[in-house]
Design a protein around this ligand. Sequence first.
Ligand code: ATP
Ligand code: MN
Length: 481
Amino acid sequence: MVMKRKKIKSLIESGAIGSQVKVSGWVRSFRNDRFIAINDGSCIKTMQIVIESEKLSPNLLTQITVGSAVTVSGQVVESQGRGQTIEIHADDIQVIGHAETEAVSKTILQPKRHSLETLREQAHLRFRTNTFGAVFRIRHHLAFAIHKFFNDRGFFYLHAPIITGSDAEGAGEMFKVTSMDLKSIPKNDVGEVDFSEDFFGKETHLTVSGQLEAELGALGLGQVYTFGPTFRAENSNTSRHLAEFWMIEPEIAFADLEDDMDLGEEFLKYCVEYILQNCKEDIEFLENRSVQEDKGKPQAERNELTLTERMGLIVNNQFERITYTKAIEVLENSKPYKKKKFKFPIEWGKDLASEHERYLVEKHYKKPVIIYNYPASIKAFYMRNNDDNKTVAAMDVLFPGIGEIIGGSQREERLDVLKQKCMEFDIPEEHVWWYLETRKFGTVPHAGFGLGFERLVMFCTGMTNIRDVIPFPRTPKNAEF
Ligand code: ATP
Ligand code: MN
């Protein structure tokens, strides 16, 4: 009988003492010609394999090196050693893929502490490390939790296009999409690029947001969400920005700003709680990791709370909801403002800087904060005008350590007001005619928000650079892997 391969995770969970099993994985360590620790990616733990070296040919023994892939058959036995509850006493070992020790020593597969920078340079191998195993398992579970949250509440998953012909969103610099020969670009009489010759017959870009499309979906399907890649060609080399990142954008019909805030809060609590419940071992590992990392940092940069404490802050608190006007008031009365500690000015009508947002969340309220009713001038054209004619029904959710994690709003559903806004924002109506049309045929109040997926993964893993929570980061001058 051919035995089926078992995952290490399920073996550890089921105990299975006494049974004959087959496992496959990569060698993490090999001690005393007798103990092999293998990891198969299914969980952070390794399985200890015990071998009687007399049973193995000397040739096979030299093939079992750190980094090699092996398949082991044997019996599950209660472990006498520390650090594991069960181990496998091997009857047979096969080396599936050998790793040269000399070559391994030059890579991050060599078992020792590597800096995150070094790990990033070997992004093709970093899935084999404990840190990135944990991060990408959590990333997966978060994605699953998001789909589950929406599905359980009757939302439909809408696939917004990645190539877009609309440039109305105004959310940032866009990447151009073209199939033109860059060596001989067709030009018109006045020397401008003739996009009618291009693949789509018009200028196209990679999307910066699926929101406008999601609105069309919501105005028929009732409740939808997008979850897909979005692109920003901003040349900002920060630890919170990527050129390619994933965004989740729910959109709900027959809803106002308060419904939107309720949805955002319930959604974030659900996701964080899901990870606390389902990723305990990985969280524990990452928590220890960031405690270690903190020890090397100056006091001021260390985390006051541990990773699980920070996550608990989300789950166990009602988010503070304050207007933008109130936020400005709080900031103007704050110690750092009076002592001139803020780098950026605070003034009604100006965008809040990250230092201001973090002060409100981490120092003043000590819990997540939702700021709503922003000045119209600093927000997008599609956000609904409030009656004061100064502010719009926008809201941002701010998280400790992250700053803005969600940006959302009630949308302007009144055709005349929306047309007026297009004019004020210099958006030609013919560019968004299909968007405006939805306000002619059974328009309804509706609202939605955008969540940067990687920012949520950062929050749930304690990783402080966004490049370390996406498998293959794209940033200025970097698209190697
Ligand atoms: P920020 O002020 O942080 O640059 P933004 O105001 O440009 O963000 P939005 O256009 O409101 O962001 O996008 C919605 C969400 O997408 C943000 O709340 C954030 O979580 C995320 N986000 C925005 N830009 C990026 C980026 N370059 N990389 C990763 N996530 C991003
Ligand atoms: Mn924003």
